[in-house]
Design a protein around this ligand. Structure first.
Ligand SMILES: Cc1cc2nc3c(=O)[nH]c(=O)nc-3n(C[C@H](O)[C@H](O)[C@H](O)COP(=O)(O)OP(=O)(O)OC[C@H]3O[C@@H](n4cnc5c(N)ncnc54)[C@H](O)[C@@H]3O)c2cc1C
Length: 385
Protein backbone atom coordinates (compact mmCIF):
# COMPACT_ATOMS: atom_id res chain seq x y z
CA UNK A 1 0.00 0.00 0.00
CA UNK A 2 1.34 3.41 -0.92
CA UNK A 3 2.26 5.77 1.91
CA UNK A 4 0.75 8.91 0.32
CA UNK A 5 2.81 11.61 2.06
CA UNK A 6 5.96 9.51 2.54
CA UNK A 7 6.30 10.82 6.10
CA UNK A 8 8.85 8.16 6.98
CA UNK A 9 11.29 9.86 4.59
CA UNK A 10 11.69 12.39 7.39
CA UNK A 11 12.99 9.76 9.81
CA UNK A 12 16.73 9.55 10.41
CA UNK A 13 18.57 6.39 9.31
CA UNK A 14 18.70 5.28 12.98
CA UNK A 15 14.94 5.82 13.41
CA UNK A 16 14.33 3.76 10.28
CA UNK A 17 16.52 0.98 11.65
CA UNK A 18 14.44 0.95 14.84
CA UNK A 19 11.25 0.89 12.76
CA UNK A 20 12.48 -2.05 10.73
CA UNK A 21 13.70 -4.00 13.77
CA UNK A 22 10.41 -3.60 15.65
CA UNK A 23 8.40 -4.31 12.48
CA UNK A 24 10.20 -7.57 11.87
CA UNK A 25 9.87 -8.57 15.56
CA UNK A 26 6.11 -8.02 15.30
CA UNK A 27 5.92 -9.93 12.01
CA UNK A 28 7.88 -12.91 13.40
CA UNK A 29 6.78 -13.16 17.03
CA UNK A 30 3.38 -11.52 17.26
CA UNK A 31 1.32 -11.54 14.06
CA UNK A 32 1.31 -15.34 13.63
CA UNK A 33 -0.31 -15.82 17.07
CA UNK A 34 -2.03 -12.62 18.09
CA UNK A 35 -5.51 -13.55 16.83
CA UNK A 36 -5.36 -16.71 18.97
CA UNK A 37 -4.17 -14.72 22.00
CA UNK A 38 -7.08 -12.34 21.47
CA UNK A 39 -9.59 -15.17 21.07
CA UNK A 40 -8.25 -17.04 24.12
CA UNK A 41 -7.79 -13.79 26.12
CA UNK A 42 -4.14 -14.42 26.93
CA UNK A 43 -0.98 -12.35 26.67
CA UNK A 44 2.27 -14.31 27.09
CA UNK A 45 3.92 -11.57 29.12
CA UNK A 46 6.68 -13.69 30.68
CA UNK A 47 7.73 -15.05 27.31
CA UNK A 48 7.59 -11.73 25.45
CA UNK A 49 9.10 -9.46 28.12
CA UNK A 50 12.74 -10.65 27.75
CA UNK A 51 12.35 -10.61 23.95
CA UNK A 52 11.11 -7.01 24.09
CA UNK A 53 13.97 -6.24 26.45
CA UNK A 54 16.48 -7.68 23.98
CA UNK A 55 14.83 -5.61 21.23
CA UNK A 56 15.60 -2.55 23.37
CA UNK A 57 12.10 -1.08 23.56
CA UNK A 58 11.47 -1.27 27.34
CA UNK A 59 12.13 2.20 28.74
CA UNK A 60 13.85 3.06 25.45
CA UNK A 61 13.26 6.82 25.91
CA UNK A 62 15.00 6.82 29.30
CA UNK A 63 18.77 6.93 29.73
CA UNK A 64 21.12 5.06 32.04
CA UNK A 65 20.30 1.96 34.11
CA UNK A 66 20.30 -0.30 31.05
CA UNK A 67 17.85 1.86 29.06
CA UNK A 68 18.50 2.76 25.44
CA UNK A 69 18.33 6.56 25.86
CA UNK A 70 16.70 7.14 22.47
CA UNK A 71 14.87 10.23 21.20
CA UNK A 72 11.10 10.71 21.38
CA UNK A 73 10.46 10.12 17.67
CA UNK A 74 12.25 6.75 17.90
CA UNK A 75 10.06 5.82 20.86
CA UNK A 76 6.99 6.89 18.89
CA UNK A 77 7.97 4.91 15.81
CA UNK A 78 8.52 1.81 17.99
CA UNK A 79 5.05 2.26 19.53
CA UNK A 80 3.55 2.59 16.06
CA UNK A 81 5.11 -0.65 14.90
CA UNK A 82 4.15 -2.50 18.10
CA UNK A 83 0.52 -1.38 17.84
CA UNK A 84 0.39 -2.46 14.19
CA UNK A 85 0.65 -5.88 15.86
CA UNK A 86 -1.86 -5.25 18.63
CA UNK A 87 -2.78 -2.46 21.04
CA UNK A 88 -2.22 -4.97 23.86
CA UNK A 89 1.43 -5.36 22.91
CA UNK A 90 1.94 -1.60 22.77
CA UNK A 91 0.07 -1.23 26.07
CA UNK A 92 2.47 -3.68 27.71
CA UNK A 93 5.47 -1.67 26.49
CA UNK A 94 3.85 1.70 27.35
CA UNK A 95 3.02 0.61 30.88
CA UNK A 96 6.44 -0.91 31.45
CA UNK A 97 8.43 2.04 30.08
CA UNK A 98 6.29 5.10 30.64
CA UNK A 99 4.11 4.25 33.64
CA UNK A 100 6.30 1.93 35.73
CA UNK A 101 9.94 2.68 34.78
CA UNK A 102 9.50 6.43 34.16
CA UNK A 103 8.32 7.31 37.71
CA UNK A 104 11.19 5.30 39.23
CA UNK A 105 13.65 6.94 36.80
CA UNK A 106 12.27 10.46 37.33
CA UNK A 107 11.24 10.47 41.01
CA UNK A 108 12.90 7.41 42.54
CA UNK A 109 15.83 7.13 44.94
CA UNK A 110 19.15 5.87 43.62
CA UNK A 111 18.47 2.61 45.47
CA UNK A 112 15.06 2.18 43.77
CA UNK A 113 16.60 2.91 40.37
CA UNK A 114 19.41 0.40 40.85
CA UNK A 115 17.06 -2.22 42.15
CA UNK A 116 14.43 -2.09 39.43
CA UNK A 117 15.41 -0.25 36.23
CA UNK A 118 18.08 -2.58 34.78
CA UNK A 119 15.88 -5.65 35.31
CA UNK A 120 12.83 -3.89 33.89
CA UNK A 121 14.76 -2.68 30.83
CA UNK A 122 15.85 -6.28 30.22
CA UNK A 123 12.28 -7.57 30.65
CA UNK A 124 13.33 -9.67 33.66
CA UNK A 125 10.95 -7.75 35.90
CA UNK A 126 7.50 -6.51 34.88
CA UNK A 127 5.86 -3.35 36.22
CA UNK A 128 2.35 -1.98 36.50
CA UNK A 129 0.86 1.41 37.42
CA UNK A 130 -2.02 1.73 39.84
CA UNK A 131 -3.89 5.02 39.66
CA UNK A 132 -7.52 4.24 38.71
CA UNK A 133 -9.85 2.96 41.43
CA UNK A 134 -13.30 1.35 41.28
CA UNK A 135 -14.90 4.72 42.17
CA UNK A 136 -12.28 7.15 40.83
CA UNK A 137 -11.46 7.11 37.12
CA UNK A 138 -11.30 10.44 35.30
CA UNK A 139 -11.01 12.23 38.63
CA UNK A 140 -8.12 10.51 40.43
CA UNK A 141 -7.72 13.38 42.90
CA UNK A 142 -10.44 11.77 45.03
CA UNK A 143 -8.63 8.43 45.32
CA UNK A 144 -9.33 6.44 48.47
CA UNK A 145 -6.24 4.25 48.60
CA UNK A 146 -4.38 5.45 51.63
CA UNK A 147 -0.84 5.07 53.00
CA UNK A 148 -0.08 5.88 56.65
CA UNK A 149 3.26 5.77 58.42
CA UNK A 150 3.25 3.84 61.70
CA UNK A 151 5.60 4.78 64.58
CA UNK A 152 8.35 2.51 63.17
CA UNK A 153 8.38 4.61 59.99
CA UNK A 154 6.91 1.80 57.87
CA UNK A 155 4.08 2.64 55.47
CA UNK A 156 0.79 0.72 55.75
CA UNK A 157 -1.11 0.68 52.46
CA UNK A 158 -4.85 -0.01 52.21
CA UNK A 159 -7.29 0.29 49.32
CA UNK A 160 -8.03 -0.97 45.82
CA UNK A 161 -7.16 -0.14 42.22
CA UNK A 162 -9.00 -1.27 39.11
CA UNK A 163 -8.30 -1.75 35.40
CA UNK A 164 -4.57 -2.12 35.94
CA UNK A 165 -2.65 -3.30 32.87
CA UNK A 166 -0.05 -6.01 33.68
CA UNK A 167 -1.36 -6.17 37.28
CA UNK A 168 -1.47 -9.96 37.67
CA UNK A 169 1.90 -10.53 35.96
CA UNK A 170 3.80 -7.66 37.57
CA UNK A 171 6.78 -7.99 39.88
CA UNK A 172 6.45 -4.41 40.99
CA UNK A 173 3.51 -1.99 41.17
CA UNK A 174 3.79 1.77 41.21
CA UNK A 175 0.85 2.63 43.47
CA UNK A 176 -0.47 6.16 44.00
CA UNK A 177 -2.08 6.75 47.40
CA UNK A 178 -3.30 9.52 49.70
CA UNK A 179 -0.95 10.36 52.56
CA UNK A 180 -0.97 13.10 55.20
CA UNK A 181 1.21 15.11 52.78
CA UNK A 182 -0.96 14.56 49.70
CA UNK A 183 -0.76 11.97 46.92
CA UNK A 184 2.50 9.99 46.91
CA UNK A 185 3.83 7.16 44.74
CA UNK A 186 4.98 3.84 46.24
CA UNK A 187 7.21 1.15 44.78
CA UNK A 188 5.43 -2.04 45.86
CA UNK A 189 6.95 -5.47 45.22
CA UNK A 190 3.96 -7.64 44.34
CA UNK A 191 5.07 -10.47 46.65
CA UNK A 192 4.53 -8.21 49.70
CA UNK A 193 2.00 -9.81 52.10
CA UNK A 194 -1.44 -8.25 51.77
CA UNK A 195 -1.03 -7.46 48.04
CA UNK A 196 -3.25 -9.32 45.57
CA UNK A 197 -3.97 -8.79 41.86
CA UNK A 198 -6.83 -10.87 40.44
CA UNK A 199 -7.26 -10.66 36.67
CA UNK A 200 -10.36 -9.01 35.17
CA UNK A 201 -12.14 -11.32 32.71
CA UNK A 202 -14.97 -11.04 30.15
CA UNK A 203 -13.31 -8.09 28.36
CA UNK A 204 -14.29 -7.62 24.72
CA UNK A 205 -11.39 -5.24 24.08
CA UNK A 206 -7.64 -5.55 24.69
CA UNK A 207 -8.12 -9.26 25.15
CA UNK A 208 -4.43 -9.89 24.39
CA UNK A 209 -3.48 -7.86 27.45
CA UNK A 210 -3.57 -8.60 31.17
CA UNK A 211 -5.94 -6.27 33.06
CA UNK A 212 -6.35 -6.63 36.82
CA UNK A 213 -7.65 -5.26 40.06
CA UNK A 214 -5.10 -4.55 42.80
CA UNK A 215 -6.00 -4.97 46.48
CA UNK A 216 -3.93 -3.70 49.39
CA UNK A 217 -4.84 -5.17 52.76
CA UNK A 218 -2.50 -3.70 55.39
CA UNK A 219 0.46 -3.93 52.99
CA UNK A 220 3.51 -3.05 55.09
CA UNK A 221 6.27 -1.25 53.19
CA UNK A 222 9.58 0.16 54.42
CA UNK A 223 9.96 3.94 54.69
CA UNK A 224 12.18 3.73 51.60
CA UNK A 225 9.26 2.49 49.43
CA UNK A 226 7.95 5.99 48.74
CA UNK A 227 9.09 7.80 45.58
CA UNK A 228 10.98 10.68 47.19
CA UNK A 229 10.96 13.06 44.23
CA UNK A 230 7.30 14.03 43.88
CA UNK A 231 4.19 14.86 45.90
CA UNK A 232 0.73 15.52 44.49
CA UNK A 233 -1.20 14.61 41.38
CA UNK A 234 1.51 16.04 39.12
CA UNK A 235 3.44 12.79 39.79
CA UNK A 236 0.99 10.39 38.11
CA UNK A 237 -0.08 13.02 35.55
CA UNK A 238 3.50 13.41 34.33
CA UNK A 239 3.69 9.63 33.83
CA UNK A 240 0.43 9.73 31.86
CA UNK A 241 1.87 12.44 29.60
CA UNK A 242 4.76 10.11 28.75
CA UNK A 243 2.42 7.22 28.02
CA UNK A 244 -0.06 9.33 26.04
CA UNK A 245 2.77 10.36 23.74
CA UNK A 246 3.31 6.66 23.00
CA UNK A 247 -0.41 6.22 22.37
CA UNK A 248 -0.70 9.06 19.87
CA UNK A 249 2.00 7.32 17.83
CA UNK A 250 0.87 3.78 18.58
CA UNK A 251 -2.63 4.14 17.16
CA UNK A 252 -1.09 5.02 13.79
CA UNK A 253 0.00 1.38 13.64
CA UNK A 254 -3.50 0.06 14.36
CA UNK A 255 -4.95 2.49 11.80
CA UNK A 256 -2.37 1.50 9.20
CA UNK A 257 -3.05 -2.21 9.70
CA UNK A 258 -6.80 -1.61 9.21
CA UNK A 259 -6.35 0.53 6.10
CA UNK A 260 -3.91 -1.97 4.59
CA UNK A 261 -6.32 -4.81 5.25
CA UNK A 262 -9.20 -2.85 3.68
CA UNK A 263 -7.18 -1.93 0.58
CA UNK A 264 -6.02 -5.52 0.04
CA UNK A 265 -9.55 -6.81 0.50
CA UNK A 266 -11.04 -4.18 -1.80
CA UNK A 267 -8.66 -5.16 -4.59
CA UNK A 268 -9.49 -8.86 -4.45
CA UNK A 269 -13.14 -9.13 -3.36
CA UNK A 270 -15.37 -9.29 -6.43
CA UNK A 271 -19.02 -8.22 -6.43
CA UNK A 272 -21.17 -7.26 -9.44
CA UNK A 273 -18.35 -8.58 -11.62
CA UNK A 274 -15.58 -6.32 -10.42
CA UNK A 275 -13.38 -5.68 -7.39
CA UNK A 276 -15.27 -3.73 -4.72
CA UNK A 277 -12.27 -1.36 -4.74
CA UNK A 278 -13.32 -0.24 -8.20
CA UNK A 279 -16.58 1.18 -6.84
CA UNK A 280 -16.44 4.90 -6.19
CA UNK A 281 -18.08 4.55 -2.78
CA UNK A 282 -15.34 2.15 -1.65
CA UNK A 283 -12.60 4.38 -3.02
CA UNK A 284 -14.07 7.31 -1.18
CA UNK A 285 -13.92 5.36 2.10
CA UNK A 286 -10.32 4.30 1.46
CA UNK A 287 -9.26 7.81 0.47
CA UNK A 288 -10.74 9.39 3.61
CA UNK A 289 -9.11 6.70 5.73
CA UNK A 290 -5.73 7.45 4.14
CA UNK A 291 -6.20 11.21 4.62
CA UNK A 292 -7.04 10.69 8.30
CA UNK A 293 -4.07 8.39 8.79
CA UNK A 294 -1.59 10.75 7.15
CA UNK A 295 -2.94 13.73 9.11
CA UNK A 296 -2.54 11.73 12.31
CA UNK A 297 1.00 10.86 11.20
CA UNK A 298 1.80 14.54 10.67
CA UNK A 299 0.48 15.33 14.14
CA UNK A 300 2.60 12.59 15.70
CA UNK A 301 5.76 13.64 13.89
CA UNK A 302 5.27 17.28 14.81
CA UNK A 303 4.63 16.45 18.49
CA UNK A 304 7.64 14.11 18.47
CA UNK A 305 9.85 16.93 17.23
CA UNK A 306 8.47 19.24 19.94
CA UNK A 307 9.17 16.58 22.58
CA UNK A 308 12.71 16.14 21.33
CA UNK A 309 13.14 19.93 21.44
CA UNK A 310 11.90 19.90 25.05
CA UNK A 311 8.96 22.22 24.35
CA UNK A 312 6.02 19.80 24.21
CA UNK A 313 3.13 20.92 26.47
CA UNK A 314 0.57 18.60 28.15
CA UNK A 315 -2.35 20.12 26.20
CA UNK A 316 -0.51 19.36 22.96
CA UNK A 317 -0.28 15.74 24.03
CA UNK A 318 -4.03 15.86 24.75
CA UNK A 319 -4.54 17.18 21.20
CA UNK A 320 -2.56 14.28 19.76
CA UNK A 321 -4.15 11.58 21.92
CA UNK A 322 -7.66 12.89 21.18
CA UNK A 323 -7.21 13.43 17.45
CA UNK A 324 -5.17 10.34 16.64
CA UNK A 325 -7.20 7.81 18.64
CA UNK A 326 -10.37 9.19 17.07
CA UNK A 327 -8.79 8.95 13.60
CA UNK A 328 -7.65 5.36 14.17
CA UNK A 329 -11.05 4.31 15.52
CA UNK A 330 -12.86 5.88 12.55
CA UNK A 331 -10.44 4.14 10.17
CA UNK A 332 -11.01 0.80 11.91
CA UNK A 333 -14.79 1.17 11.71
CA UNK A 334 -14.68 2.09 8.02
CA UNK A 335 -12.29 -0.78 7.30
CA UNK A 336 -14.66 -3.16 9.03
CA UNK A 337 -17.45 -2.11 6.70
CA UNK A 338 -15.23 -2.58 3.61
CA UNK A 339 -14.59 -6.18 4.69
CA UNK A 340 -18.31 -6.95 4.93
CA UNK A 341 -19.00 -10.15 6.90
CA UNK A 342 -15.28 -10.97 6.91
CA UNK A 343 -14.83 -7.77 8.88
CA UNK A 344 -16.21 -9.44 11.99
CA UNK A 345 -13.81 -12.41 12.13
CA UNK A 346 -10.36 -12.71 13.66
CA UNK A 347 -9.15 -14.06 10.30
CA UNK A 348 -8.53 -10.39 9.57
CA UNK A 349 -6.97 -7.89 12.00
CA UNK A 350 -9.65 -5.22 11.68
CA UNK A 351 -12.24 -6.14 14.33
CA UNK A 352 -9.45 -6.89 16.81
CA UNK A 353 -7.96 -3.42 16.31
CA UNK A 354 -11.41 -1.83 16.33
CA UNK A 355 -12.34 -3.42 19.65
CA UNK A 356 -8.92 -2.62 21.13
CA UNK A 357 -9.21 1.03 20.16
CA UNK A 358 -12.37 1.31 22.28
CA UNK A 359 -10.12 0.84 25.32
CA UNK A 360 -7.48 3.17 23.96
CA UNK A 361 -10.20 5.82 23.57
CA UNK A 362 -10.98 5.45 27.29
CA UNK A 363 -7.67 4.87 29.05
CA UNK A 364 -5.05 7.54 29.69
CA UNK A 365 -7.75 10.20 29.71
CA UNK A 366 -11.07 9.67 27.96
CA UNK A 367 -12.01 11.57 24.84
CA UNK A 368 -14.13 13.89 26.98
CA UNK A 369 -11.28 14.62 29.40
CA UNK A 370 -8.98 15.63 26.53
CA UNK A 371 -11.73 17.72 24.92
CA UNK A 372 -12.16 19.59 28.21
CA UNK A 373 -8.39 20.05 28.49
CA UNK A 374 -8.38 21.73 25.08
CA UNK A 375 -11.53 23.68 25.93
CA UNK A 376 -9.83 25.04 29.01
CA UNK A 377 -6.83 26.22 27.00
CA UNK A 378 -9.09 27.82 24.39
CA UNK A 379 -11.43 29.61 26.82
CA UNK A 380 -9.41 29.95 30.01
CA UNK A 381 -12.44 28.39 31.77
CA UNK A 382 -12.09 25.15 33.74
CA UNK A 383 -15.02 22.78 33.10
CA UNK A 384 -13.69 20.19 35.55
CA UNK A 385 -14.19 22.11 38.80
C1 LIG B 1 -8.10 -1.98 29.17
C2 LIG B 1 -7.82 -0.89 30.17
C3 LIG B 1 -6.57 -0.77 30.74
C4 LIG B 1 -6.32 0.21 31.72
N1 LIG B 1 -5.08 0.28 32.31
C5 LIG B 1 -4.90 1.12 33.38
C6 LIG B 1 -3.66 1.10 34.11
O1 LIG B 1 -2.73 0.38 33.78
N2 LIG B 1 -3.56 1.91 35.22
C7 LIG B 1 -4.57 2.73 35.62
O2 LIG B 1 -4.41 3.41 36.62
N3 LIG B 1 -5.75 2.78 34.91
C8 LIG B 1 -5.92 2.00 33.82
N4 LIG B 1 -7.12 2.02 33.11
C9 LIG B 1 -8.21 2.86 33.60
C10 LIG B 1 -8.49 4.07 32.72
O3 LIG B 1 -7.45 5.01 32.81
C11 LIG B 1 -9.86 4.63 33.15
O4 LIG B 1 -10.83 3.70 32.68
C12 LIG B 1 -10.14 6.02 32.61
O5 LIG B 1 -9.34 6.97 33.25
C13 LIG B 1 -11.62 6.43 32.76
O6 LIG B 1 -12.07 6.19 34.04
P1 LIG B 1 -13.45 5.37 34.25
O7 LIG B 1 -13.39 4.15 33.42
O8 LIG B 1 -13.63 5.22 35.72
O9 LIG B 1 -14.57 6.28 33.65
P2 LIG B 1 -15.29 7.54 34.35
O10 LIG B 1 -14.28 8.52 34.84
O11 LIG B 1 -16.31 7.04 35.31
O12 LIG B 1 -16.02 8.18 33.10
C14 LIG B 1 -17.20 7.60 32.52
C15 LIG B 1 -17.67 8.55 31.41
O13 LIG B 1 -17.93 9.85 31.96
C16 LIG B 1 -17.16 10.83 31.29
N5 LIG B 1 -16.77 11.89 32.18
C17 LIG B 1 -16.11 11.82 33.37
N6 LIG B 1 -15.89 13.04 33.87
C18 LIG B 1 -16.41 13.92 32.97
C19 LIG B 1 -16.50 15.33 32.91
N7 LIG B 1 -15.96 16.13 33.86
N8 LIG B 1 -17.12 15.89 31.84
C20 LIG B 1 -17.63 15.12 30.86
N9 LIG B 1 -17.57 13.79 30.85
C21 LIG B 1 -16.97 13.20 31.90
C22 LIG B 1 -15.93 10.07 30.76
O14 LIG B 1 -15.31 10.77 29.71
C23 LIG B 1 -16.57 8.77 30.33
O15 LIG B 1 -17.16 8.92 29.08
C24 LIG B 1 -7.35 1.09 32.09
C25 LIG B 1 -8.62 1.00 31.47
C26 LIG B 1 -8.85 0.03 30.51
C27 LIG B 1 -10.19 -0.07 29.86
Amino acid sequence: MDDLLRLDDQLTPEQRMIRDAVRSFVADRVLPDVADWFEEAVFPARELAPQLGALGVLGMHLDGYGCAGLDAVSYGVACRELEAGDSGLRSFVSVQGSLAMFPIWKYGSEEQKQEWLPRMAAGEAIGCFGLTEPDQGSDPAGMRTIAKQDPSGDWILNGAKMWITNGSVADVAIVWAQTDDGIRGFVVPTDTPGFSAPEIHKKMSLRASVTSSLYFDDVRLPASAVLPGVTGLKGPLSCLSEARFGILWGVLGAGHACLESAVDYAKTRLQFGKPIGAFQLTQEKLAWMAVALEQAGLTALHLGKLKDAGTLKPHQISFGKLANVRAALDIARQARSVLGANGITLEYPVIRHMNNLESVLTYEGTQEVHLLTLGKVLTGLDAFR
